[in-house]
Ligand binder design. Structure first.
Ligand code: BMA
Length: 375
């Protein structure tokens, strides 16, 4: 009897330790049911972090800043605040053509290294893609035609060639390895701002059905054909007027992990500010409302004010709106190198008029920087 009891206790202990060994058992799964362990952890961590605050993101943060290019360890955000952003955005445009660097002169080999550095520091990577127009060979903004999307869909004239482009995109993701050789999980925010008409995948360039097919085809190609399992997929239209517009081209819950929108402040007067705050508020409500219903993660895909002439933009324009909500991150657009585009920056650098305000903004307990999300 005693022996039997001991055996039962040992068995119970083994069962318990097996349970403890599988941290993924109770976790939510992203749309990719074969997602890597690291992608599942990232996905679940994003839900958890929303209780802690809103992560600060910055595009191209480690590659260059307003007054520098390719300096190891440097970041305009870090220069001003003492810490890196929690989220760093990168841009894939031109990877599809096999180029060595993207359309903003960031080498893909450097980008992979920056992504690894970010991952090692506990930060998060999100990736956009201004892919070229495959029909004309022009840029993503070459959108005079209304047939590009149609021709890359199955059966279309450019379908096979476009699959080669997607293969190159897949190869990039499959080459994101950590120090142990495991794939680094990242967010892919593809075919963004499609509710506007300025990209070849925009709302004047294809029908809602064609856009949805483009999205589904891309997910299925990367995930199912190329076995890319380290991605979360983010849907991020330009700011919309209402839910109907947000969802007119939505590919469906089975194809999207995160919901966001892009929204910029143009102008310095009070009418422009009020309009921006109203648009941010309206879009946050739509995204957060639907994310709660469908189990998705809400974000702000892109925002900012070019050149930040308003010295209180961060604490008085942005913060009062965003602090009312819980969502994963707010990403400010890139700080172009001054000899390239001198006025094109969205986070301050040292000495810039909004730098003290940005520091105050990032010091708020509910705005999360890299150190705040490090495990
Ligand atoms: C745009 C601008 C461009 C840039 C593109 C892709 O919004 O910043 O200068 O080439 O994004 O990063």
């Amino acid at each position: 009897m005693e022996k039997y009891l001991i055996l039962v206790i040992i068995l119970m202990a083994i069962t318990q330790s097996c349970k403890q060994k599988d941290p993924l058992a109770d976790m939510k799964l992203p749309i990719d049911k074969n997602a890597t362990k690291e992608a599942i952890l990232l996905y679940n961590n994003l839900f958890k972090l929303m209780d802690k605050g809103i992560m600060l993101g910055h595009q191209d943060d480690l590659a260059y800043g307003h007054a520098w290019y390719r300096e190891a360890g440097r970041s305009d955000v870090k220069d001003v605040t003492g810490d890196y952003p929690a989220v760093i955005g990168w841009e894939l445009g031109h990877v599809e053509t096999g180029a060595e660097h993207n359309l903003d002169s960031v080498y893909f080999s450097d980008m992979k290294r920056y992504i690894r550095e970010t991952y090692n520091r506990g930060g998060i990577t999100t990736i956009s893609w201004h892919g070229d127009n495959i029909v004309t060979g022009g840029t993503a903004w070459d959108c005079a035609q209304d047939s590009v999307v149609r021709t890359v869909l199955p059966g279309g004239l450019n379908h096979e060639r476009y699959m080669v482009w997607l293969d190159r995109v897949a190869d990039f993701f499959l080459d994101l390895k950590d120090d142990n050789g495991n794939l680094i999980p990242v967010v892919f925010r593809m075919y963004h701002e499609h509710t506007g008409g300025w990209f070849w995948w925009g709302n004047k360039q294809c029908t809602p059905e064609e856009y949805k097919q483009l999205w589904v085809m891309t997910v299925e190609h990367l995930r199912d054909k190329k076995n890319v399992h380290n991605l979360l997929y983010a849907y991020s239209p330009a700011e919309v007027k209402d839910e109907a517009e947000f969802f007119e081209r939505y590919p469906g819950d089975e194809y999207v992990d995160m919901l966001g929108f892009d929204c910029y402040l143009y102008g310095t007067d009070s009418t422009a500010i009020a309009g921006y705050q109203e648009a941010m508020d309206r879009n946050l409500k739509i995204v957060i409302g639907y994310a709660a219903k469908s189990g998705k993660i809400p974000t702000i895909g892109e925002t900012g004010m070019e050149s930040i002439p308003n010295p209180k933009y961060f604490t008085e324009v942005v913060y009062p709106v965003i602090s009312k909500y819980k969502f994963a991150w707010i990403l400010f657009w890139r700080n172009a190198w001054e000899s390239d585009k001198p006025n094109h920056y969205y986070a301050p650098f040292e000495g810039q008029v909004s730098a003290p305000d940005f520091k105050e903004f990032t010091d708020k307990p509910d705005i999360l920087m890299n150190e705040d999300v490090r495990e």
